[in-house]
Every structure is written in C-alpha cells, then in structure tokens.
Design a protein around this ligand. Structure first.
Ligand SMILES: Cc1cc2nc3c(=O)[nH]c(=O)nc-3n(C[C@H](O)[C@H](O)[C@H](O)COP(=O)(O)OP(=O)(O)OC[C@H]3O[C@@H](n4cnc5c(N)ncnc54)[C@H](O)[C@@H]3O)c2cc1C
Length: 407
C-alpha cells in the first residue's frame, strides 16, 4: 500500500487516503510508482493529478483562426554574414517551428556577427521573434537601431504561433543534425532559456511555467512515433537530450491517478509564451530604449543599400525565400484556432490528432498534419480546426471530474 509522506503524519491515515483519492485505489495505489515509458518519464509521486478544469472545446467559442508558415530549412537556421556592396549583411532566418524558443540565442549569435563591422547605426529587417530580439540585443550592445518591416506585431507571422518551448521543432532535417550543428543549437537553446526566465513574474505573464499532458491510447514510444509521422514526410533533427537539465523530468501517471480516459498519461513541465503580452513587451522595450520602427517592404536584397545604415541584420522569416531567392526555405503550414480564454484551465494537452495550449490570451487548438509540409495557403481551413476541436471535445468529455465525467 502507499505510505503517507512525512507531511501528513499528523493526519489520520484514513483521512489522508480519502483526501488524496487513494482510498478508492486499493492495490492500484501501488501503481503510483509506475515505471517510466519511453525512457524519459520518472515515476509519478503517490498523489493523483487531481481535478483539471475542463476546456470548453466548442466551435462557437472560436475567437480567431490563423495560419502562418514555418520557415523550415533542412540545414537549420541561416546565421551568417556577408558583404553585399557597402552593406555588412547578417542573416538570421529559417527557424522552422522553433523561432520563439531559439530567438534570444540565435539573435545573440547574429548580433556578435553584426558587431564585427564596428558601426554604431544598425538596421534590422523584420519585426517578428527574430527581428525584435536582434534589435533589442543590438541596443544592449550599444547600437542605435531602426527596424524596417512591412508589418509589425500583432500582425506578423510570429504572432500566430502556438507559444510553447519547442526548441528543436522542425529546426533541421535529421540528415543535417551534425555534432557541430547540435553544439550551436545547444548554445542557442541555453541562452534563450536563460533569457526567458527573466520574463517570469512580469505583469501580464509573458512567460510562464506550465504543465502539459501527453495523453495516449497507446504506449508512449508508439505515441511518439505517430506524432512524428504527423510532423511531415521527412525526419527532423532532434536535440532535446542535450538539454535535459533545463526542464524538470516528465512524470508518468497510472490510470487511477489521472482524470483522462486514455491509459497512458505523461506530465511534462515546460514554458508557455503568452504571445500577446510577450510581443508587446518586446516592442515597448525596444521603443523605450530609443529604437525606431519604420514600415517598409523590400523586393530585393539590393534595396538594403538604400538604407542609411551599413550594418543590417536580416530576419524576414519565410519572407527570405522570396527576398533572397532562397529555395532552401520550405514552408510548413500551421493553423491554429483560438478559443475564448479560460483562466481556470492552466495546462496544455498533446494527444493524437490535436494539441491544446491554454494561454492567457486564448486557448490554442491545433491539428498537426503531415500534409502541412511544403504547403503555402494562408487561408484558414475551417473544417480542419473544427475537426481538431471535435477531437479535443471527445477527450474532455471522457475526463473524470470528482468521480463523474465532465458533462
Ligand atoms: C502554427 C505555428 C505554431 C508555432 N509554434 C511555435 C511555438 O510554440 N514555439 C516556437 O518556438 N515556435 C513556434 N513556431 C515557429 C515560429 O513561429 C517561427 O519560427 C517564428 O515565428 C519565425 O520568426 P521570424 O521572426 O523569423 O519570422 P516572422 O515572424 O515571419 O517575421 C518576419 C518579419 O519580416 C517582415 N518581412 C518579411 N518579408 C519582408 C519584406 N520583403 N520586406 C520587409 N519586411 C518583410 C515581416 O513583416 C515580419 O515582420 C510556430 C509556427 C507556426 C506556423
């Protein structure tokens, strides 16, 4: 039988069991030490997850449906410099599904390259995750900075991301996952992770630590395999093992201790980015330090020479494909539906065919589809989101709340 931990020695054993829900488990209490599945999980502590507030997964609660294109490059993000005429041009684009997560680390590398010119005045092209972090880091390096961009938040592709810590999501092809790239990725990842912590506790919660539940009908290894198949037709480089120390170990819960109807549940603890607050904060921090943002659209790199700045960081994301004539940037379409926020839902779910992330500014519901790879259409496909919401709804309906199902 489970043993009451030290903190409950003053409590009568029967009360403890009743309080924690273990009273109903009988020998299932032993399952509290379930073995890790897939190698990454550790045994859950002998406490049930408890009640999770249910998501109201209904299509009439959709506030917005958005689409953006992940700028994927098989060889990984482009972070290098070249001289083009009079301009010292530093590239910082092609971060796939990891742009928000790697932004500070990638931009730190780009700014180092930019500083080689010795110029005081610098330009940044693009006002997404990579452009904003490049601009702020240039300011911190003592530069006077202007951002030139055809759009600014909240109307940039970065604004339509899920908003979770996903530093190796579609960041390169497995065939290009060399040890050298792995080291660079790790450096970017660690720098970014450190920077993200500086946004904790800030008004509006731009960054928060949250739980995310992987919920599966099949063993975790098979679940992973199926999720990867949803990612697309090529194998992506995976590097998370290099930074295991950055996040708490995931925990596996036996069925008796979690509220889902599926048998396999793993709880991870990770960072959520509340993108409304986060991107506004980046813009206001940049402006507060004397930065300028100018609306401008470029149709070729040659046009950069018309800028008064001779040092330029180029961070146009998927825009680089046309601007640089760079076919190595491949679109991976991503659509999200944003449901009305539910502050009481303070977690996320990853299941087969759907993921849910509860942010302060809305509940993100998303379907992962292999067919997104190479796809460009920016028009939302309503049926796609409605299907994902339906899958989530079924999952929620099966959840136990205080011994009964949700509704
Ligand atoms: C559905 C979805 C979910 C995602 N979820 C996550 C997540 O949870 N975590 C994560 O880390 N990443 C996530 N990503 C990936 C992430 O959103 C991208 O990697 C990131 O937004 C790329 O940022 P960027 O600054 O390079 O590009 P963008 O946000 O596209 O910014 C490019 C900027 O350049 C400007 N621009 C483009 N072309 C021109 C031009 N010709 N002239 C002037 N200006 C130009 C644009 O106006 C914009 O300001 C997700 C992506 C998608 C599609």
């Amino acid at each position: 039988m489970g043993v009451a931990p030290a903190g409950v020695t003053g409590m009568r054993r029967r009360d403890f069991l009743h309080h924690t829900g273990l009273a109903t488990l009988g020998s299932a209490g032993m399952l509290a030490t379930a073995s890790a599945q897939g190698g990454a999980g550790v045994s859950a502590p002998p406490f049930p997850i408890g009640t999770l507030a249910p998501v109201r997964a209904r299509v009439d609660r959709v506030m917005a449906m958005t689409v953006c294109l992940r700028p994927f490059r098989e060889q990984g993000p482009r972070i290098d410099a070249e001289r083009v005429g009079q301009t010292w041009l530093v590239h910082n684009y092609g971060h796939g599904g990891a742009g928000w997560s790697l932004s500070w680390g990638s931009s730190t590398l780009a700014v180092k390259l930019a500083c080689e010119s010795g110029d005081r005045d610098c330009a940044v092209i693009g006002c997404g995750a990579l452009g904003l972090t490049s601009a702020i880091l240039l300011q911190r390096a003592g530069k006077r900075v202007t951002i030139y961009s055809k759009d600014r938040p909240p109307h940039v592709p970065s604004a339509y991301a899920t908003g979770v810590w996903s530093p190796d999501s579609r960041v390169c092809a497995a065939a290009h996952a060399t040890p050298a790239f792995g080291r660079q990725w790790e450096e970017m990842c660690r720098v970014s992770h450190r920077m993200k912590q500086t946004f904790l506790g800030v008004t509006g919660d731009p960054v928060e630590w949250r739980h995310r539940f992987l919920v599966s009908e099949v063993p975790m290894e098979e679940f992973r395999r199926r999720r990867e198949a949803e990612d697309g037709p090529i194998a992506f480089g995976k590097f998370q093992e290099r930074v295991r120390d950055l996040t708490p170990a995931s925990e596996d819960f036996p069925p008796a201790l979690h509220p889902f109807s599926a048998p396999v549940v793993r709880r991870t603890t990770t960072l959520f980015f509340n993108l409304s607050t986060y991107q506004r904060l980046l813009v206001s921090d940049f402006l507060a330090e004397g930065g300028r943002i100018e609306y401008r659209e470029f149709s070729s790199v040659a046009e950069f020479s018309s800028l008064s700045e001779r040092t330029v960081i180029h961070a146009t994301g998927y825009g680089a494909r046309a601007l640089m004539n760079d076919d190595s940037v491949v679109p991976v379409r991503g659509q999200i539906a944003l449901l009305i926020p539910q502050p009481e839902v303070n977690y996320g779910i990853v299941a087969e065919g759907v993921s849910m992330v509860s942010r302060r500014d809305g509940i993100v519901v998303q379907a992962n589809q292999a067919s997104d790879f190479g796809k460009t259409g920016l028009a939302p496909d309503r049926a796609e989101s409605e299907k994902a919401i339906g899958v989530l709804d079924q999952l929620v309906r099966g959840m136990k709340v205080s011994g009964s199902s949700v509704r």
